[in-house]
Structure formats: structure tokens, C-alpha cells
Design a protein around this ligand. Structure first.
Ligand code: NAP
Length: 267
């Protein structure tokens, strides 16, 4: 595939890093920052430029990887050069109908990635606009699978749904990790030891959940012997409404995603 990335920031770098391993694509990156481009050219052997190419081929795929606030202007510049090629946007909050208006094309796939893409363990939710065919879907999947797993969403509100799970989810997990590190520090482990212990605990628990045929709740109750230590901890979490607060927080996140979509996708 011939893929042009507009924006060579963290997220683009994560995807490009995975794509170059497939050794099967021609990748071009556009970004105003020459140092960033030199780094990308050196690390991945991609071609680069400070400005959008004058014209793109009908088979070229454009990945929009700029901040949401920069997207409208980029789309408007792109519209006369696009030649009908597919556009894949990873920008948060901007809806397909807004991009279609700005680009003059409906061949758009909208993606909600997450930051573990930076270590090849991302989760990306994909939504295809009306003019996206089977071949385009496969191309979009190939691009995002370079950074982790993909999930197709049947309607655009699915992007808001997945934002509150995998999109923002890494932050919820980091919050839990921070809390556990704080507890480890409180009982006397030094910072490095606390971090090592807690990260290994998360790693081990996730791996066990992945490999076990048992539901996650059973894995939890299996650690909770009657009258024991774990039971005491979980009783406090329940009394303080920790689970309910996490679910409510995720719903607030989804509401905010819908709200931002409305604000950012206006003319
Ligand atoms: N769900 C998530 O957790 C998640 C995570 C990461 C990213 N995202 C989405 O992914 C997108 C990219 O994020 P990021 O973290 O990679 O952002 P970033 O690091 O800020 O990268 C954006 C890059 O685009 C460049 N740029 C600005 N205007 C441009 C233009 N007209 N043409 C070409 N390049 C231009 C920026 O340059 P300057 O710095 O000079 O402006 C910057 O290098 C965002 O829209 C974000 O919403 C979602």
C-alpha cells in the first residue's frame, strides 16, 4: 500500500513502527517539524515532507494523525489533492459527516486507538463511512493491526462506546496501578521495588485471566478465602463503591465523548 501519514507524532510513529515490519508498504509522512521527520526517516526508512504532496493517487491511503483542532484545516487543504483515495482518521472527536464535508469525500474510516499502540498492544475501534468498500476495510484493518487488535463498530456512536472502554481505559488502569504503588510505599517498599511488584502483579493477573477458562469474577473470589486478608480488602472496595465509581466514570467518559463530537464536528 502507498500510505501518507499527515502528522508524524506519537500515534503515527506507533503505527508506522508496526507497518514497516511488514516490509510491504510505501510510507510517506508529512509534518511541519523537520527534526521529527529526520528521526522517522532514520528509524523507519520512510520518505518525508513538510507539506502535503500536490496530488495523491486514487489508490493512496491518507492517515490523518493530527490533533483534532488541526483536522479541519488539514482536510480543507487535502480536499483538492485527494483524487478519491481512502482517508483514515485517528483524530478523537471528529465525526465522519464533518470530515466528509471538509474533504468532499465519504470514503472515510474513523478510528479510536489507544496509547498501548506505542508498544504494539493497542486496541482500535473502527467505523466505516457509507462509501467504504470491503477492500478499504481490509486496508484500514492492516494499518491499525500494525499497532494491536482491531474491532469494527456498526455505528458511529460505537466510537463513543469504545472510547469509554479501551480509548480512555489505559488511564483507568494507570490510576489503579498508581493506587497500588501508593499502598506498597505506605507499607515500606521503596519506589523502584513498589513499581516492580505492582507491575508484575498486574501482568500476572492479566495473563492468568487471559489463559484461564474461568470468569474474571471467579478468579477474584478464588483468592478470597472466608474471613481472610483479600476478603477484607475487597469488602472495603465494595463499601466505598469502587466498582460502581469506575462504571460511572466510564459512562461520564462516554457522555463527554458524545459532547466533544458535537462541538468539534460543527462547521
Ligand atoms: N485514544 C487515545 O488514547 C489516543 C491516543 C493518542 C492519539 N489519539 C488521537 O491521535 C491523534 C494524533 O495524536 P498524537 O498524540 O500522535 O499527536 P501529536 O504527537 O501532537 O502529533 C500530531 C503531529 O501533527 C503535526 N501537525 C500539525 N499540523 C499539521 C499539518 N497541517 N500537517 C501535518 N502535520 C501537522 C504536529 O506538529 P506540531 O506539533 O508542530 O503541531 C504533530 O507533530 C490525535 O488526534 C488524537 O486525538 C488518540
Amino acid at each position: 500500500m502507498q500510505i501518507t501519514f499527515i502528522g508524524g507524532g506519537n500515534m503515527a510513529t506507533a503505527i508506522i513502527g508496526g507497518l514497516v515490519k511488514q516490509d510491504d508498504h510505501r510510507i510517506h509522512v508529512v509534518d511541519p517539524n523537520s527534526d521529527k521527520l529526520a528521526e522517522l526517516a532514520r528509524d523507519f526508512g520512510v520518505t518525508t515532507g513538510n507539506a502535503l504532496p500536490e496530488t495523491l493517487g486514487a489508490d493512496d491511503i491518507v492517515v490523518l494523525a493530527v490533533k483534532p483542532q488541526q483536522l479541519r484545516e488539514v482536510c480543507q487543504t487535502l480536499s483538492s489533492r485527494l483524487n478519491g483515495g481512502m482517508v483514515l482518521s485517528i483524530a478523537a472527536g471528529i465525526r465522519v459527516d464533518a470530515m466528509a464535508r471538509w474533504l468532499g469525500s465519504e470514503r472515510i474510516v474513523r478510528v479510536m486507538p489507544n496509547t498501548p499502540a506505542m508498544v504494539g498492544k493497542g486496541v482500535s475501534g473502527l467505523f466505516a463511512g457509507a462509501a467504504v468498500g470491503e477492500q478499504d476495510r481490509e486496508s484500514a484493518e492492516t494499518i491499525m493491526q500494525a499497532a494491536g487488535i482491531t474491532v469494527w463498530l456498526k455505528d458511529e456512536v460505537g466510537i463513543d462506546d469504545i472510547t469509554c472502554v479501551s480509548g480512555s481505559g489505559p488511564a483507568y488502569v494507570f490510576y489503579f496501578i498508581e493506587s497500588m504503588i501508593e499502598a506498597a510505599r505506605q507499607v515500606g517498599f521503596d519506589e523502584a521495588e513498589a513499581r516492580r511488584l505492582v507491575l508484575a502483579t498486574f501482568d500476572g493477573a492479566v495473563e492468568l485471566a487471559r489463559q484461564s477458562p474461568l470468569p474474571v469474577a471467579t478468579l477474584r473470589t478464588n483468592v478470597m478465602s472466608k474471613g481472610g486478608t483479600t476478603e477484607r480488602a475487597i469488602a472495603r472496595f465494595e463499601a466505598e463503591g469502587v466498582k460502581a465509581a469506575i462504571v460511572a466514570g466510564a459512562m461520564d467518559c462516554r457522555d463527554r465523548s458524545i459532547e466533544m463530537g458535537q462541538q468539534l464536528s460543527q462547521d
